[in-house]
Design a protein around this ligand. Structure first.
Ligand SMILES: [Zn+2]
Length: 136
């Protein structure tokens, strides 16, 4: 299925970029704190980052990729994440995972494969200023 994965492509175009996620790892939404609700470029970075499903670290650059992974597998991994990491009950974890997967699918559906994206609060957009050779 089409997913968002971590990429180092495009890192540094914004001064406050970071990528602590291994390249190619599937990304999902991270927790966003309230303190910097209005400040996408704030110190915390939670409103411009997506989080690796395995490493639980964040990145500000992400790529749309087609991986040989089934929707069900990603769903199960998200449920596990909310069960173990957030101590959610089964029902709540499944609901959260379903909603999140729906949002993630909607985002990747509107961009072609291989494009590098950035998150600006609630909005995803293609990263501008990418060198031609990585903009495939
Ligand atoms: Zn934050």
């Amino acid at each position: 299925m089409k997913v968002l994965v971590a990429t180092k492509d495009g890192q540094g175009i914004r001064k406050n970029d970071f990528c602590w996620v291994p390249e190619g790892e599937i990304l999902h939404f991270g927790f966003e704190c309230d303190s910097d609700r209005d400040d996408i470029d704030g110190y915390c970075g939670c409103r411009r980052g997506m989080v690796g499903l395995d490493c639980a670290k964040a990145t500000t650059t992400m790529k749309v990729a087609e991986l040989p992974v089934k929707r069900r597998e990603v769903f199960d991994r998200l449920v596990k994440h909310y069960r173990e990491g957030w101590k959610m009950k089964v029902k709540a974890a499944k609901e959260t995972a379903r909603d999140e997967l729906k949002d993630l699918s909607k985002i990747v559906a509107s961009f072609p494969r291989g494009v590098v994206l950035e998150k600006r609060g609630d909005k995803f957009q293609t990263r501008r200023g990418m060198p031609k050779e990585v903009q495939r």
